[in-house]
Design a protein around this ligand. Structure first.
Ligand SMILES: [Ca+2]
Ligand SMILES: [Ca+2]
Ligand SMILES: [Ca+2]
Ligand SMILES: [Ca+2]
Length: 368
């Protein structure tokens, strides 16, 4: 197995880059926020809009729902942030104030060697929940949100060996959110079908060698969520088309660059088909895989910075075309690739902190 030990760069101060998308006209005007004071090493970050939305609308009067919706509409302007503290075995929860600043909540304990985080509604109380992959424990932490930015930890859920990446989506059609975890040593993924209460039924599905990153999306437009996995030992991705019942039909692997470590799904051109971006760590580029709508792709590689490690997709300049952001570990910058709507991009790099390892996109400062 290949080792990615060069991720550990001295000093261990790692900054995260959070890009505020709203009200931004050009790439150079992007708001860059760093969290130098929070911890020594931050492995991953994810943002969501309403970690602090309380309550369940079911069973309430229309007036109560109206009140709640007013609250929801306000709160959805305040993107919150979850940061993994890899060496502290906990997460930082930062509730957005709507102006690019945050109010830190008490840290929440997770397992040993956290590597990846995902946010979704795992039970049906309306509050956002959090799952964290614990590489050293071979399990995931399941944190059910109480609203208000606090969580109730559930029993850890065992997955495979050395899990590195997690995603949340609906993989069968029971309405409950499910979880996928990439097990980097077992060469499989754990498919955790949610029971709607923070517990899961697990099935492992073989993928390529060294699965390091996983993403969920509907690649063939049949309404069933599909899974892509970046296999860093095989230099390809596994494409698993969902059957709608939590099982998958594997497609031929799709070759990408050398040591793919991060994958994301989004619509990069305007044909309606979901596309895929893969970060190639050793090639200093990304593979842009334009979907054909059937689980096959047309590949073009696009140069980014030195040792790219993480990718996110979103519309940064509000032109309706999805854009791509890549964190470049050795360059201490991010590559902002503004999409032209046809799978091509205009690139500008923005300096950030020392050794960025994860990037996410959200609207952090929308005015009310
Ligand atoms: Ca489900
Ligand atoms: Ca599908
Ligand atoms: Ca497309
Ligand atoms: Ca755009």
């Amino acid at each position: 197995m290949r080792h990615l030990g060069r991720f550990t760069k001295t000093p261990y101060l790692v900054l995260f880059v959070l890009l505020a998308a709203a009200g931004v006209g050009t790439a150079t005007a992007l708001t860059t926020i760093t969290f130098e004071g929070l911890a020594v090493f931050k492995e991953n970050v994810q943002m969501d809009k309403d970690l602090n939305v309380d309550g369940d609308l079911r069973g309430k009067t229309i007036n109560a729902i109206n009140d709640e919706m007013t609250s929801l509409q306000l709160l959805t302007f305040f993107t919150d942030v979850v940061v993994l503290n890899h060496f502290d075995d906990d997460i930082s929860v930062l509730l957005g104030n709507g102006d690019g600043t945050f109010t830190a909540q008490p840290d929440v304990a997770v397992g040993d060697g956290s590597r990846s985080v995902a946010i979704g509604k795992l039970n049906n109380d309306g509050d956002q929940d959090v799952v964290v992959v614990n590489e050293n424990d071979d399990d995931i932490s399941v944190l059910l949100g109480n609203g208000g930015g606090t969580f109730t930890a559930q029993p850890d859920v065992a997955v495979g060996n050395a899990p590195r990446s997690v995603a949340i989506g609906k993989l069968n059609n029971d309405g409950d959110q499910d979880v996928v975890v990439a097990n980097s040593v077992d060469n499989d993924i754990s498919v955790l079908l949610g029971n709607g209460d923070g517990t899961f039924a697990r099935t492992d599905v073989a993928v390529g060698n060294g699965p390091f990153s996983v993403a969920i999306g509907d690649l063939n437009n049949d309404g069933d969520q599909d899974v892509v996995v970046a296999n860093f030992s095989d230099d390809d991705i596994s494409v698993l088309l969902g059957n709608g019942d939590g099982t998958f039909t594997a497609q031929p692997d799709v070759a990408v660059g050398t040591i793919p470590v991060s994958v994301a799904i989004g619509k990069l051109n305007n044909d309606g088909d979901q596309d895929v971006v893969v970060v190639n760590f050793s090639d200093d580029d990304i593979s842009v895989l334009l979907g054909n709508g059937d689980g096959t792709f047309v590949r073009t590689d696009v140069v980014v910075g030195d040792r790219p490690v993480s990718v996110a997709i979103g519309d940064l300049n509000n032109d309706g075309d999805q854009d791509v952001v890549v964190a470049n570990f050795n360059d201490d910058d991010i590559s902002v690739l503004l999409g032209n709507g046809d799978g091509t991009f205009a690139r500008a790099d923005i300096v950030v902190g020392n050794g960025p390892v994860s990037v996410a996109i959200g609207d952090l400062n929308s005015p009310l």
